[in-house]
Design a protein around this ligand. Structure first.
Ligand SMILES: [Zn+2]
Length: 332
């Protein structure tokens, strides 16, 4: 491994890094399998601070884009999981780091699960063969694709039918009702926890009402998803931050993003494919870096991957491209 200090940080000046994760710690790891450890999060955050990066809110970063050459970074989390209060808040307070939390409207205060959260639990109570057999049986009714891996087949189902499909599978395989499960495990932030986080300087932003796949929605459907998300969030906090993170990193048509931001008074929508040329202007699409699925979470890997992405053909042909490269195998 190349010693990190020997890598020049110069190319990152003028850009802004945005890190994201879902779950931290093991307490509710059963809810979300790709949790990162709290000591790893602490190590990464302190590592960036030691390299001279300053943690700031997304709002501040967006305001200063184009005018600052400092090394800056934000810490964000998706889906609004309770570990942000139990584990991340004490770390953030100790290190003086603002958080941005992207919240799913229907899941606020543990009122419901999104379809992909249901799937994680269903998979814990059945074998892959049982699930495949059930999908084959339900295939015609839900127009489930026959090709590809399980995740791809499930993404082929129309967004409006995904929840109904998961509810049927839940009844088939899970030992308790969804309400019983939510009451027992409380995986999402409660209203009191959200207040506490807000009072401590965290900002809350949009992640859609139902955790929808925006690459498959019509423009009016996107507006409904985000307006409902904003309205529900306003019931819990004082002022949502003007940002939206695409669920699963699945972006809508790139030419629709500026209009979407204008119509909803958002500053930017955020994807999951950061390259070092991104986040340098007040652009409608910003990109983030995942802290998950990184072997022995290292700063070298986190910063070298965005450089490597530059050499893939995406950017060269972006002028002619209507759809972005999506993360087809992610269900989060
Ligand atoms: Zn999400």
């Amino acid at each position: 491994m190349v010693p990190f200090k020997s890598l020049s940080l110069f190319p990152l000046r003028g850009s802004h890094l945005v890190l994201y994760y879902h779950q931290v710690g093991e307490a509710t790891a059963g809810f979300y399998p790709d949790a990162i450890e709290s000591d790893e999060l602490l190590r990464v955050v302190q590592g960036f601070q030691n390299l001279g990066f300053r943690f700031c809110s997304l709002n501040e970063a967006y305001q200063k884009a184009e005018s600052s050459r400092e090394l800056s970074i934000s810490l964000t989390s998706d889906d609004g999981l309770a570990s942000n209060h139990q584990i991340v808040l004490p770390i953030a307070q100790k290190l003086g780091i603002p958080l941005t939390l992207f919240m799913i409207g229907k899941c606020l205060d543990n009122r419901a699960l999104a379809w992909n959260h249901k799937l994680i639990q269903i998979k814990r109570h059945c074998s892959e063969e049982q699930l495949e057999a059930a999908l084959t049986k339900l295939g015609p009714r839900f127009q489930i694709g026959e090709e590809g891996a399980l995740g791809q087949r499930l993404f082929s189902v129309t967004d409006s039918k995904k929840d109904a499909l998961m509810d049927l599978l839940w009844e088939l395989f899970c030992p308790e009702t969804q309400n019983e499960y939510l009451k027992r495990t409380q995986p999402f932030l409660s209203k009191a926890q959200m207040r506490d986080l807000e009072d401590s300087g965290a900002e809350f932003a949009l992640h859609s009402q139902s955790h929808a796949d925006f690459s498959r929605l019509s423009y009016p459907q996107m507006l409904i998803e985000l307006k409902q998300n904003g309205a529900h969030l306003a019931d819990y906090i004082r002022q949502p931050a003007p940002f939206f993170a695409f669920p699963y990193g699945r972006e809508c048509r790139l030419d629709l993003i500026p209009q979407l931001c204008r119509d909803l008074e958002l500053k930017a929508a955020l994807g999951l494919r950061f390259r070092i040329c991104d986040n340098r202007q007040q652009h409608a699409l910003w990109q983030r870096i995942s802290l998950e699925n990184v072997n022995a979470l290292s700063l070298e890997q986190l910063l070298l991957r965005p450089v490597a992405r530059l050499f893939r053909p995406r950017r060269l042909f972006s002028k002619f491209r209507l759809y972005s490269n999506n993360l087809a195998d992610s269900i989060f």
